[in-house]
Design a protein around this ligand. Structure first.
Ligand SMILES: [Cu+2]
Length: 150
């Protein structure tokens, strides 16, 4: 009887382990949601890919002729998960970062040249955000705009 109990405990323990492993993703997304203002940019973007699929994807392009500008200075999206598909056809390196109305960074893409990347912004609330290039001098030269979330 003792042996059976031990076996049962073991079985339960391994089950709990498996359950824990499966829960990992949920834990991460829960944290991300509560602090969407911070970490959303880095590697988590790929982890949250499945979840972000329910959100909206908007496009942003850097000036193809190498001007320090995006091709638009206004973007809009629905509240929730928003993916910015950023394309930079020029040979000058650019990225796109997004700050909320308190000027806190919500997310930032990779720096790219003649490439494209995506920036996943999780759980954006309605409001006005700014998007800009973080390369020194680029924002000042005009690489910025307004992202309106409704
Ligand atoms: Cu730039």
């Amino acid at each position: 009887m003792k042996k059976l109990a031990a076996l049962l405990t073991l079985a339960l323990a391994s089950f709990a382990l498996v359950a824990c492993g499966g829960d990992d993703d949920n834990d991460t997304t829960a944290t991300q949601t509560s602090e969407a203002t911070n970490g959303a940019a880095t590697g988590e973007a790929t982890t949250g890919g499945g979840q972000a699929a329910g959100g909206e994807t908007i496009s942003l392009e850097a000036d193809p002729d190498g001007q320090l500008a995006y091709t638009t200075d206004t973007l809009s999206a629905k509240a929730g998960n928003v993916t910015i598909a950023f394309d930079n056809p020029a040979s000058i390196t650019h990225d796109v970062a997004v700050n909320d109305s308190a000027d806190d960074e919500v997310g930032k893409s990779d720096l790219i040249a003649q490439d494209s990347t995506t920036l996943v912004l999780e759980n954006l609330r309605p409001g006005n955000y700014t998007f800009y290039c973080t390369v020194p001098g680029h924002k000042e030269a005009g690489m910025e705009g307004t992202l309106t979330v409704k």
